[in-house]
Design a protein around this ligand. Sequence first.
Ligand code: DQA
Length: 153
Amino acid sequence: MFLSMNAEKKILVLHGPNLNLLGSREINIYGHMGLEELNGLILKEAEKIGLAVNCFQFNSEGALLDCIHSAPGKYSGIIINPGAYTHYSIALRDALAGVHLPAVEVHLSNIYAREAFRQRSVIAPVVYGQISGFGPQSYLLALRALQGIICGL
Ligand code: DQA
């Protein structure tokens, strides 16, 4: 977990299933950066632009749902990489739709350039927007996007 205390607005960053394996998992697709290093980059960028972040990774759908349910009142927005749940989890979609927090869906890989089953996101219709295909930068772009949304830009 990474927490920056000084920033005004706090963002929940959620990494979904198998993202704990970053750095060793399909490096031709997801690259060499591990989750810890990625969280470090996210924290650094957040601090730079005056946001606080908490980063969590869960493999189970239930843990992701619980974390989303408890987000209102604690966070101003959500960045989520739902991993494979992107493509079929109506429960995750309903949780994001139910909490009334701005959310951005991110993917390291460009899901539209991959297998047909990855080219559909059931999450995309209930989030502000989706950033897909920029590797670790997808999360950093999402931070900037959320900051703009929170500030009413
Ligand atoms: C992913 C893309 C998904 O299709 C896949 O199941 C993942 C990672 C990405 O970040 O590119 O686990 O969300």
